[in-house]
Structures are given as C-alpha cells and as structure tokens.
Design a protein around this ligand. Structure first.
Ligand SMILES: [Zn+2]
Length: 1005
C-alpha cells in the first residue's frame, strides 16, 4: 500500500503544556476572515486531546492517537459529511494554523481527507460554511445525466455557469440560459449571473440546468413539459383557504411547523390578508429588516389562504429568514421555537408603528402599588413597541427579586411574547448497562437500572449490585467505543458525563480473595487482528492491526504478569468463545526459514512479535502480498455474518440455538477505522513490562529478564530482547524454537489506550507506573482467529428481566407546568443579580408572576432540558386542555370590573416535535379559522385531524386564543373523506412513527 498523502511525517510534538498553549491561543485569537480556511475536528478526539494535554503526562493513557474524524463521515467511501452535525457537539472548528500543528504532531487516520471549510461573508454574518450548497448540474438535453457540485453561498451564479460549461464541454460561443429546479419540479430562470447563490435562493439538493439555444433559434424549454412551473399546474385547484401544505426545502420542517401555527392565528392572518400591513411597513427601523420579512411572510400567507394551492414552496421566505438570522441558514435542523421567536420579533420590528424610539429609563417599583407600576411598564413598552404583534401576543409578567443578604426587594414588570414553561424533571435516570461477570462462561447481561441523575459512578454500581449481589467495590465501569475503552470511570465521577447513547460496560474484577501479596494489576485487554499487509505508509515495517470484539477488564496478581501465565489466564477468561485446540490438531511449531538472518525477517520479528509466546512468524512471511485493508475488513465482516458456520462446530455450550430466543447479539460496532499502527512492542522480557512497553528508549528492554524460567523461554527471550534493543544492528544469527512447542493461539502485546503502540510515547526516563491503567492487546492472526475465535458466541448477551420493565411515561397537567413557571427559584451562580444595595452580585431568589395576558397566548413547553447533570429531551406527556384553559388562578392582576376580558382560552394550534435531542421531525395541528375543522400539517401533506389526537408527548408549542376573541366559523365544517382534493386524505393517526423517520424527504408528484 502506498504511503498516504494525508499523513505527513509527524514531527516530534512539543511538551503538553506548550501544545495546549499554542492551540488555545490560535483558537481564541483567530478572527473569521472571508476566504480563510478552517478545519472540522471530531469533538471526541479534540476532547480526548484536551484531557491528554491537561494531564501534563506524556505517558498518560488519554493519549488521543491519530486525528480521527471517522464519526463525522456518512461512510468511509465517499467521505461525505454527515448531515446535521452540530458545532461543539459533534465537531469543533479550528483555524488552519492550529490544524496544521495538530496534524504534524498527531498525524491523521489513514485515507481520511482533511475537512477544510471556507469562511464566507454573507449579508448578516461572517461564518465558516460547514455545509456548502450541493447542487446537481445538467443540460436540458439530458436531465438524467447530472454531476454533483458544491458551491459557497457567497459564490456567484456565474461560477456555476462556468462549471456547467466545463463539465459538459459546452463551447464558449454557445448561447445558453440557466434554470434552477427543486424537487417539487418547478423551475425558475437564473437570469442574473452576478447574483450570489444565497440571493438566488439556490439550496442543497436542487438541480441547475443549462439549456443551449437550438440552431433554429428556438429554446428547448419552450416545450412546456420540461420547464413547467408548479404554480401553473395548480391552476385548477380549489380548496379551503388555509388548508395548504408547505414544501420541505431540506430540513425546513421546523419552519413549516411554526408557519402553520402562525398561519392559523386569526387576527394575524386577517391583518395580512386585508393588507393592513402595507400601511404599517417600517422601512427605517434599524432593528427591523426593512420590511422584507413582513413582506415575505405576507406572500406566504396570501398564497396559503388563496385556496389555489395544495402546497406552497416557501423558498423566498426561507431565504429572507436566512438573510437576517444566520443561524437559520443552511441545511441544519433547528428549533421551531427559536424560529418563532425570531419571526415574531422580526415581524414586530418590520411593522412597528413607532418610527422613532425614545429612550426610557426603567425605574424600580420602590414600593409603589403593583397596579401603578404595571401600568407604567406597559405604557413605556407601548411607547417603543406598538405593532400587530404586540396587540396580539404580548403580555406582562411581574418579576420579584429578593437579595439573600440585605433582603432588598426589586420588582419589575416585563413584557413577554410567549411563556416558556418548565416541565417537571425527574431526579432519576434510567441507564442501561452490560454487566460482565467474572465467570468466564457467563454471557454479558444487559440491565436497566434506575440511578440518581446527579449521582456518581458509585451509585450506578450500587444499583447494579442490588441486582447482581456483587459488591460495588468489585465493579469497574467503562465506556466502550469502537472496540476499545473510550473511558474507564472512577467511582466518584458524575454520571452526567455518561450519555444515554454510550455503551457502558461494568466489569466484575475479582472476588477479593486473590489479594494475597497485595499487588494486583487491572489489565485492560483489547482484541486485535493482524492485517495481511505491511504498513509501509507509516514508515515502519510492522503489520497493521485492527481492533475487534469487546474489550475486557481483568485484575491479575502482579506475580502472574508473565507471558506464559497471562496466556493461560486469558485462555480461561476467553474460554466461552475461544476454543482451545484439540490435542489432535495441536499445531506443532515447525521451523521454517533456516537461515533467519535476513534483515527483513528480523525486523518483523521485532516489531510484530511479542514476548515470545507466539512463534508464528513463518506465516507472516508469506503474507506480504495479502489483500488490502478494505478487502480484509470485508472478508472479516462476511466471516462474522457466517456466524456459526465458519468452522466452529464445537463452540461453547449454549451457542447451538436453543437459547436463541432469549439471547441477542451485542451490536458489533461499525468498523470506524481500524487502528493500524506500527507495533513497537514490549519485546524482550518475560514479564509484560509496561514500563518497557511505553519507553521510547528501548535500551531498558535490552536486558533479558533476570528471571530464569524454562530454558526455552530464556533463550528465546534473550534473543528477542537483543533484536529489539539494538534496532536491527545486532542481528542474532538464528532463532531456536522449541520444535515440539505448541503454537499459541494469539500473542500478547502492551499497547496504549487506543490499542496502538505508537512512537513518541514516553521519553527516556519517564516511567510507566502501575498506578495508571495498563493496556494489553491480544493479537490474532486472521487464520487462527477464524479457526479458534467464535465471533458469533462472543457477541452474545442475555437480557436481564429488568429490561422488560417498560419505561414509565410521565404525565403532567399543563397547569402544573404553569405553576412551576411561577415557583420561587434561586438564581444560579452563572447568572447572579446585581444588588444595588449591597453593590455586588447576589444569588437572589426570583419569582415570576403573570400580570396580564395577551389575546393569543403562546406556551413553549421546555422539552429540551440542559442542566448541569443532563442534556435530554423530556418525553413527558403534558395534558393540555383544548378548551377552557383558565388562568384566573394564575393572574396577579385582580379583575376589578366585568369589563375586563375573561381569562379563559381555547387551543388553536400546536407545533409538534418527534424524535430526539438533535434531530427529528416537526409537524403541527391547527384549527382552521373559517370552518373550525382541525387539520394535521406535515410539510406538504395536510390531513384531517380529530381532537383526541392532539394531546401527545410530541406537543412542543401551544397556541391559545382568548375566548372573547374567538368568532363563529363562517363556513360549515367539511365532511371528511368525501369529495376532497388530493391533499385531504381521510384522517389518520399521527403517532409520530412515520413522522419521526425523516424530514428530509420531499414531496414530489
Ligand atoms: Zn443586597
């Protein structure tokens, strides 16, 4: 295999403190300048690196290894970036200089391309464009033959034009015009080649078509079937106004959901339909958007309520939003509540009747009656803010802060546009873990445990202890990722650092009786398979290895850390899925290659060979022309798929299928980059000497172990030590293997926490202490592995009965959430209050109360919970009333006369979110203002909905209208499932199952 172009020769990294300082300062001080390159870096790798440099210990087991962006790619063939990656969750962005430093110090996983992205200068922002616009290019003469291409939003259409000409070899003299087409089949001319991709509303997934004028002077697209416009198709459509879908433009369901909710708010929609907005457009408000958001919104609403479309493409609206709020640009999933908040604010400023805002000093209540202070606050608010949004959505709440020291009370009245109400958060958490017993014949067992959310790893062990009767002190908890230990937890670490999606394994270590001489070593054990090719790319002569299977933790008496004893211990530990050879087929080592003085062999011997257990380098010699790594991985996967049929007739008991019903297989993790690295090994000593293994100065290993055991070992070890120590300078003439010696199934090698043994680790004099975690790898030859390692059995586990207990779905009343909103809370340390009396920041107590409510009340259920201890989406069912939501018990303002509006509300729309914390799908329910029928809006699809479908655990934003403002329907309700147009399917259940699948799919007809 040729040397990899992306892996430059790594330079010797500076000290850890220097590394940290250099990278930190580059990351912090680098400005975003248009045209500059920044690089995406996997967050996990970066965190690991930070942990590593923070330890200040070059030998620390947190050594991050090569830069590995595997998790950011959709697959390792196309190296396409996954969709919807989130900055600082999935990746971090580092400036070019920092990237090149890291690359030179750590190198990069083989074949991975660097993820370089450019800074772009867009109208409202300068940002790193993580997701450029990906479009397809084609000619109108052959719409099937498309070429994908990526452009920046700052690029001009001219650049696309040039690219098409180049790609399809269109002559410079040919007269051409450009079209863009989205999946909804409508096409638009790209007339202005100087327009930017952003301003042309070109977005990912669209096709750019070039047509070339025919020789007879006509244009090919004069044939309407090619470039028809979707608006023309719908000429004949007549349906109920407002019952209109919105096409998904690529992860825009959050926007569609919010738009449908707003569209069904009668006073707002009528304001636009009656063109009242035209007189109030505020072109001069510096906080506004020169009326552009209001106009784009008006366009969408007018189309939706024209009754002429069953679906509308809100492209212009989306682009305007992206223009003014960069966070909504691009191709990522967003929060419908964030968009709503932005939109209401944008509409308000664009329609603000106050043309010149005066400065108003806000005073404290100073003991005046609430009524006076509230009236003053509302009056002041209206002096600066007066619009249809304020008329419709703004209410007032009272905020009371009390200083814990001087008891100063500060009262203010603040307007609000929506209420964000908390959901009761459970103090407990359900965790699923795999328990690996000391008993080598026992399969791992999956447990579901209830632990305190704010608990520590010890609490997890205690909970598991109750289910297993094994004392917590015998347990070690580890996060297993990609066949290795991503992290081995200490008992006092917080459980909050464990995410729900992490694969947590708990290992039973010893029953406590082994502790005779007091010295026990906890070994982390990895399984590795040697690949057939030699890793020339890394500049060493070693064979590549890749991790497989599940790692193990095992405590071993220090005295038993010799090769031979460890080998036997491991054989026993793995006996469930590693078959010891039958006496009949026991491989007797035969001598090959009598001379053995060939340099190459000696090098391999040093590198790939371990401490003398295996004598199988004869085989390795013949493997130089082996398959490539990819082929090798495939063959490994297929042998895995073969399961029990791959030559393992005598697998351990229980593998024959009778237990199949209750057994499952541990998902084998995808092979995200096998670790191939030079295997400088702990050659040369009888003990697994971790000090030597990690010592760059191999002279420490030069001395053969003083322990004299069997003569065979002694001789062999001595030779190997010499080989390694002298780095091929002093070649031993010949190795004498015991001719009758049994061939070992695997060899044992000391490694680092990544399962690799890399150079540069450990410097002379720095010793690897037993107090930190020693790691070893069990290295298998592919053939031996195939023969003796039962992959199918290794992956098996059982489900403990705790897994059968269903998750309890929590249900709360909406009123409870509102009550929580008004509960006294103490400010958090990150957000203190400045007490004017004490003249310092205080952790005051804060209480919110509702003072007055708007005509349309938006309630935001805070399902996305970010606390110190957890980040989660709360799946609680909030039971909210469709009618008669009564706020009289919550309102502080006393009803002084009957002229005051009542405070009872009816539901008019709901924005739903299905799925998890970061992805998922948005839809909405809304009641049509004209016919009072409920509909379900799922992007371009609209269906009838029944009232009993509306309350689900997906409800995220609730829109209520005060009863005194609700008008009777103007048309009779439609009759479901009769002569409805296409978009009106009979009502169906919306349990979110189909909704949760994807929101990227677009409606095409
Ligand atoms: Zn105070």
């Amino acid at each position: 295999m040729a040397a990899n172009s992306s892996t430059g020769s790594a330079t010797e990294p500076p000290g850890l403190e220097t590394q940290r300082r250099e990278i930190d300062s580059l990351n912090q001080n680098q400005q975003l300048r248009a045209g500059d390159s920044w690089y995406l870096l996997d967050k996990r790798w970066f965190d690991q690196w930070k942990e590593y440099v923070d330890t200040g210990d070059q030998n620390s087991s947190s050594y991050p290894g090569k830069i590995d962006n595997t998790e950011l790619f959709q697959d390792l063939d196309s190296y396409h970036l996954k969709e919807r990656l989130v900055e600082n969750e999935d990746f971090v962005l580092v400036p070019a200089e920092a990237w090149h430093k890291l690359l030179s110090w750590y190198d990069m996983m083989d074949d991975q391309p660097p993820l370089e992205r450019k800074v772009v200068d867009l109208p409202s922002t300068v940002k790193v464009e993580v997701y450029p616009v990906e479009v397809y290019l084609c000619l109108s003469s052959n719409l099937e033959n498309t070429v994908p291409a990526r452009f920046s939003r700052a690029d001009k259409i001219h650049a696309i034009h040039q690219m098409v000409r180049q790609q399809f070899e269109v002559s410079d003299t040919a007269e051409s015009r450009m079209w863009m087409r989205s999946t909804d089949t409508s096409s638009e001319r790209l007339r202005n080649l100087n327009m930017s991709v952003l301003d042309a509303c070109l977005s990912s997934g669209m096709t750019v078509i070039m047509e070339i004028r025919n020789v007879d002077g006509t244009w090919p697209t004069s044939r309407p079937q090619i470039m028809r416009n979707s608006a023309d198709d719908q000429d004949s459509y007549r349906g109920p106004p407002g019952v209109c879908g919105l096409t998904n433009l690529g992860n825009t369901c959050f926007m569609n959901s919010a738009l449908q909710c707003l569209s069904n708010i009668p006073p707002l929609t009528e304001y636009f339909l009656k063109n009242l907005y035209l007189e109030e457009l505020n072109f001069s408000n510096p906080l506004g958007m020169k009326g552009e958001i209001a106009e784009a919104y008006a366009d969408v609403i007018k189309q939706m309520w024209s009754g002429r479309h069953y679906s509308v493409v809100p492209r212009v609206f989306k682009t305007k939003v992206g223009h003014f709020a960069s966070q909504f640009l691009g191709y990522q999933q967003h929060d419908s509540q964030e968009l709503l908040s932005f939109l209401l604010d944008g509409l308000h400023e664009d329609l603000n009747r106050v043309k010149k805002k005066e400065y108003i000093e806000l005073g404290d209540a100073d003991g005046r009656p609430d009524q006076d202070v509230a009236e003053e606050a509302w009056h002041n608010h209206l002096r600066r803010n007066d619009s249809v949004i304020v008329d419709t959505f703004h209410g007032l709440f009272k905020s009371t802060l009390v200083c814990p020291e001087c008891y100063k009370v500060s009262v203010t009245f603040d307007p609000f546009c929506y209420l964000s109400v908390p959901l009761p958060v459970s103090k407990e958490r359900v965790m699923e873990v795999f328990y690996v017993s000391l008993d080598p014949t026992a399969k791992p067992a999956q447990y579901r445990l209830i632990v305190p959310k704010a608990g520590r790893v010890f609490d997890l062990c205690t909970a598991l202890s109750q289910a297993t009767d094994v004392p917590p002190s015998q347990m070690v908890v580890a996060d297993v990722f990609n066949h290795r230990f991503y992290k081995i937890y200490q008992a006092d670490e917080f459980l909050s650092s464990i995410l729900d999606q992490d694969d947590i394994f708990v290992y039973q270590l010893s029953n406590g009786s082994v502790d005779q001489d007091g010295e026990e070593v906890v070994l982390a054990i990895y399984l590795r398979e040697r690949s057939h090719y030699r890793d020339y790319g890394s500049g060493s002569n070693s064979y590549g290895t890749s991790l497989f299977g599940h790692p193990l933790l095992m405590s071993v008496p220090r005295a038993q850390c010799t090769q031979e004893e460890l080998y036997q211990l491991l054989l026993r530990r793995l006996s469930r899925y590693v078959r010891p050879p039958d006496p009949s087929e026991e491989v007797e080592e035969e001598e090959e290659g009598e001379d053995g003085g060939e340099e190459e062999e000696e090098e391999e011997l040093c590198k790939a060979q371990t401490n003398g257990v295996s004598d199988d380098e004869g085989e390795e010699d013949s493997e130089e022309a082996g398959p490539s790594k990819k082929e090798e991985e495939q063959s490994r996967e297929s042998s895995q798929a073969d399961g029990q049929n791959n030559g393992l007739p005598e697998a351990s008991p229980g593998s024959k299928g009778e237990e199949r019903a209750e057994e499952s297989s541990l998902k084998s993790e995808p092979d995200r980059g096998s670790s191939t690295d030079e295997s400088q090994s702990a050659c040369g000593s009888t003990d697994i000497n971790f000090q030597d293994a990690n010592d760059g100065d191999q002279s420490a290993a030069a001395e053969p172990s003083g322990k004299e055991e069997e003569d065979e070992d002694e001789e062999e070890d001595g030779e190997e030590a010499a080989t390694c120590a002298q780095a091929n300078k002093r070649l031993p003439g010949r190795r004498h293997f015991g001719l009758r010696r049994k061939k070992a199934l695997f060899t044992i090698q000391a490694v680092n926490s990544n399962g690799t043994t890399e150079r540069g680790m450990g410097e002379a004099g720095s010793s690897f202490s037993f107090s930190s975690q020693p790691y070893i790898a069990i290295d298998w030859d592919p053939d031996m592995k195939k023969k003796y390692y039962n992959e199918n059995e290794a992956e098996k586990y059982i489900k403990h009965q705790s897994m059968d207990v269903p998750h309890q779905q929590m249900t709360v009343q909406l009123q409870e959430c509102i009550a929580l909103f008004t509960t006294v809370e103490t400010l958090e340390e990150e957000n203190p209050w400045y007490c004017p009396t004490c003249k310092k920041h205080q952790l005051a107590t804060k209480k919110l109360d509702l003072w007055s409510l708007p005509e349309v009340l938006i309630i935001h259920l805070k399902r996305f919970s970010y606390t110190k201890y957890s980040r989660e989406k709360l799946e609680t069912i909030v039971d909210f009333p469709l009618r008669n939501l009564d706020f009289s018990g919550f309102l502080l303002k006393k009803m002084v006369n009957s002229a005051e509006p009542p405070c009872r509300y009816d539901l008019i729309s709901v924005s739903n979110h299905y799925g998890g914390l970061r992805d998922g799908h948005y839809t909405s329910y809304a009641r049509n203002k004209d016919n009072s029928q409920w509909y379900y809006f799922d992007d371009s699809k609209v269906t009838f909905a029944r009232e009993e479908q509306i309350v689900t655990n997906a409800a995220y934003l609730l829109f209520y209208q005060r009863q005194d403002k609700i008008r009777q329907p103007t048309v009779p309700p439609p009759v479901p499932s009769s002569t409805q147009p296409e978009n009106h399917i009979t009502s169906q259940t919306h349990d979110g199952v189909d909704g949760a699948i994807s929101c990227v799919s677009m409606e095409t007809d």
